[in-house]
Design a protein around this ligand. Structure first.
Ligand code: GTP
Length: 249
C-alpha cells in the first residue's frame, strides 16, 4: 500500500457570489498564479504516485469530467467580455490540493471551489457538510456581493457542520479606486459573527497565503491530538471537533 505523505487532511470550501474571485484566490494559493486560463495540475501526479484513497479518486474522476467539460466551455467563455476567459466550474464544483506544514505536521489541504451562481446551489451546498473550514468571499468593488454575505452565512448554518471554521475574505483589495465596501464594514460583520476577516487580492498576492494558513491553524487547534499508538490519522470528513474521523485512507 502506498505510504501516506501527510499527517492530517483538512477539507476546505470556498463560497461566495459569482465573480468575486474564488477561483483566482485558490489558484494564487495553490499555484502562485493569477491567470485567466484554467489548466488543472492537480491529480495526475498524485494518482501516478498512488497517493490517493478511493474517496479522493472518486473526487478526481468527478474533477476530470468537470475539467473536460470546462475545456469545451472555455472557448465559449472567451467571448463573454466581462468575465474574460476565467475558469468556469461547469458542474458547479472543482478542487485543488496543497500540502502545508504547520506545527511540525504535514497537512494536506483539499480545497473545494464552488460556483457562485444560484443554479449550482443544490450541488454546491451538498459539499458544505464535509468541510472543516469555509472561506466566504466577497468583492470589495461589488456591494451586492457584500450584501449577500448574510445569505451565505445562512447557507453555512443550514448545510455545514455546526463547528466548521468560517472566515470572511474581502477580495480584490488591489482595486482601491473602485472600492465600494469599506474595510470597516467587513471587519464589523466578521466581528458580529465571531469569524476572522482578511482583505485579499489574488491579483496582487495580498493575504492569500496568510488566510489559508490561518484557517488551517484554526482547524488544527481544535483537531484532537492523535493517540501515540492509534493507527489511523484522525481527519475530518466533517464531524466537528470531537467527531472528525477519516473514512478514507
Ligand atoms: P464563479 O466561478 O462564477 O463563482 O466566480 P469566482 O468567484 O470563482 O471568480 P473568478 O475567480 O473566476 O474571478 C472573476 C473575475 O475577477 C476574473 O476576471 C478575475 O480575473 C477577477 N479577479 C479575481 N480576483 C481578483 C483580484 O484579487 N483582483 C482583481 N483586480 N481581479 C480579480
Amino acid at each position: 500500500m502506498a505510504k501516506k505523505t501527510y499527517d492530517l487532511l483538512f477539507k476546505l470550501l470556498l463560497i461566495g457570489d459569482s465573480g468575486v474571485g474564488k477561483t483566482c484566490v485558490l489558484f494564487r494559493f495553490s499555484d502562485d498564479a493569477f491567470n485567466t486560463t484554467f489548466i488543472s495540475t492537480i491529480g495526475h501526479g498524485e494518482v501516478a504516485q498512488g497517493m490517493l484513497c478511493p474517496e479522493e479518486l472518486t473526487f478526481m474522476l468527478i474533477s476530470e469530467i468537470i475539467l473536460k467539460l470546462g475545456e469545451k466551455s472555455e472557448e465559449r467563455r472567451k467571448n463573454i467580455p466581462d468575465r474574460g476567459n476565467s475558469h468556469e466550474k461547469v458542474l458547479g464544483i472543482d478542487f485543488k490540493i496543497k500540502t502545508v506544514e504547520l506545527q511540525g505536521k504535514k497537512i494536506k489541504l483539499q480545497i473545494w471551489d464552488t460556483a457562485g451562481q444560484e443554479r449550482f446551489h443544490t450541488i454546491t451546498t451538498s459539499y458544505y457538510r464535509g468541510a472543516m473550514g469555509i472561506m466566504l468571499v466577497y468583492d470589495i468593488t461589488n456591494g451586492k456581493s457584500f450584501e449577500n454575505i448574510s445569505k451565505w452565512l445562512r447557507n453555512i448554518d443550514e448545510h455545514a457542520n455546526e463547528d466548521v471554521e468560517r472566515m470572511l475574505l474581502g477580495n480584490k483589495c488591489d482595486m482601491d479606486d473602485k472600492r465600494v465596501v469599506p474595510k470597516g464594514k467587513g471587519e464589523q460583520i466578521a466581528r458580529e459573527h465571531g469569524i476572522r476577516f482578511f482583505e485579499t487580492s489574488a491579483k496582487a498576492n495580498i493575504n492569500i497565503e496568510k488566510a489559508f494558513l490561518t484557517l488551517a491553524e484554526d482547524i488544527l487547534r481544535k483537531t484532537p491530538v492523535k493517540e501515540p499508538n492509534s493507527e489511523n490519522v484522525d481527519i475530518s470528513s466533517g464531524g466537528g471537533v470531537t467527531g472528525w474521523k477519516s473514512k478514507c485512507c
